[in-house]
Design a binder for this molecule. Structure first.
Ligand code: AMP
Ligand code: ZN
Length: 460
């Protein structure tokens, strides 16, 4: 298994710290608004990576923080005139609901920043004691001059550092690299906690250092996020954690490139800013969106367009139609050894592609070759062969996570209801009514198939 480590800027063979186990930290949402589909590109990619490690036999412990206090959340609460916790809770709930809709597996822990202030205070105290931080006007800053490795992750020229200057905001550009804030002195209109160095609240970066240390230890395997997290956020996490603990923080840094819409950065003013709810209102199938989000290699920009989304939906339908055909194979007979061989070699090729820097296009190509080959043999396939192929696909889908049955959605309930009405009409020999229901469903893209074991349906 190898992938691109942002720290070393090359492909590296993965070696875990403790055999068979992986500690994974992913930067979670800043809950001041609904996440947009760009955020979900990062979260879905992180999910794909975690699922593939699990598929490969690792036990992954996944921690994803919730940033429920920072400059942005405070600004939003003040704009709305509501308590911070009320505002953040609304977006935390929306986030968890979106994760379910996108079939993103839950993390083991979702630590919230506001629930970890004592851990942050401890960390800031250690940095002060060790001389890596200093107090100024009621705030505490990290002295980048004191950390010789500062800038390694983001590949920054040390000559660019503005030594001695301090910055209060959580986010800033590479052009203004200065001592960053660990603890912000109390300001009117901001929540604050008592601290040995004066009441105040944490800076954004200290949150992730403190919470990753608590749940994964001072040194763990993989840290992920979107590319915008590299600087300053992850650079600052490294500085804080390594200076406090005197050891390497993380072995592998894995960053996902951005999503753009119509080749432009997403922004509310351009009208190209989409949340998951926006897309669902337009009738977008969340599994088609998930397919689109995973199907571009994580180190390439992903251009979101409705045409691309449509194509993703079609690719997904090819897989679903294949599953549908397999489920309807009725031939008795023994399992053909040839099918078992095909499955084994396909699994091998799929895994090899994924293990090579998560080469998803290669892996999906392998899957579609397989579908093509089996489709050609479909009429000769025995029920046993079909079952073996289905089991194989279920295994692959523990990685891809796109084949979730639509059996439980609101659409499924409506379709089942219509099918029941049609059955009733047929029983009453009201065939005109039965046919009318069938064509009504066809207008919605729902195909019915009458099989010996009952009526089955699929969405085109
Ligand atoms: P935030 O809530 O802004 O802290 O971002 C949450 C996650 O989404 C981080 O890992 C970001 O790097 C990532 N992210 C933000 N914008 C995009 C985008 N346009 N494409 C992909 N990932 C993004
Ligand atoms: Zn973080």
């Amino acid at each position: 298994m190898r992938f691109f480590n942002t720290m070393t800027r090359r492909l590296e063979e993965f070696r875990e710290i403790e055999k068979g186990k992986i500690g994974l930290y992913t930067c979670g949402p800043t809950v001041y608004d609904f996440p947009h589909i760009g955020n979900y590109r990062s979260y879905v990619f992180e999910d794909l990576v975690k699922r593939f490690f699990t598929f490969s036999g690792y036990r992954v412990r996944h921690v994803m923080n919730i940033t429920d206090i920072d400059d942005k959340t405070i600004r939003k609460a003040n704009e709305l005139g509501l308590p911070l916790a009320e505002v953040t809770q609304k977006f935390i709930d929306a986030f968890h609901s979106d994760l379910g809709i996108l079939n993103i597996l839950p993390a083991d822990v979702y630590p919230r920043a506001t629930a970890h202030i004592p851990e942050m205070l401890d960390l800031v105290s250690v940095l002060l004691e060790k001389g890596f931080a200093y107090e100024k006007d009621g705030s505490v800053y990290f002295s980048i001059e004191r950390f010789g490795d500062y800038g390694r992750l983001a590949n920054i020229d040390r000559d660019k550092l503005q030594l001695g200057a301090a910055i209060d905001s959580d986010e800033y550009e590479k052009e203004s690299i200065q001592d960053f804030v660990l603890w912000k002195g109390k300001k009117p209109g901001e929540p604050s906690w008592p601290a040995p160095f004066g009441a105040g609240r944490p800076g954004w970066h200290i949150e992730c250092s403190a919470m990753s240390m608590k749940y994964l230890g001072a040194h763990f395997d993989i840290h992920m996020g979107g590319v915008d997290n590299i600087f300053p956020h992850h650079e600052n996490e490294i500085a804080q954690s390594e200076c406090a603990n005197g050891q390497t923080f993380v072995n592998y840094w894995l960053h996902c490139q951005h999503l753009v819409v119509d080749n432009k950065k997403m922004s509310k003013s351009l009208g190209n800013f989409y949340t998951l709810a926006d897309l669902r209102q337009r009738g977008v199938d969340p599994m088609a969106l998930r397919y689109l989000l995973i199907s571009t290699h994580y180190r390439k920009l992903l251009n979101f367009t409705f045409a691309n989304l449509e194509m993703a939906g079609q690719a997904l339908n090819r897989i679903k139609n294949f599953v549908f055909s397999l489920k309807n194979v009725e031939n008795a007979g023994e399992a053909a050894p040839e099918i078992a061989v095909l499955i084994a070699s396909n699994r091998n090729d799929f895994t090899e592609n994924m293990a090579d820097d998560f080469n998803i296009s290669g892996a999906l190509g392998i899957l579609f070759d397989f579908i093509h080959e089996i489709n050609q043999k479909m009429s000769e396939l025995s029920k046993k062969d079909a079952a073996a192929v289905l089991t194989y696909l279920e295994g692959l889908d523990t990685v891809l996570g796109v084949l979730r049955d639509n059996d439980s959605g609101p659409l499924a309930a409506a379709v089942e209801e219509k099918i029941a009405q049609r059955e009733k009409a047929r029983k009453n020999k009201d065939f005109a009514r039965a046919d009318a229901i069938r064509s009504e469903l066809m207008d919605l893209g729902i195909m019915l198939l009458d099989t010996p074991t009952g009526v089955k349906w699929k969405k085109e």
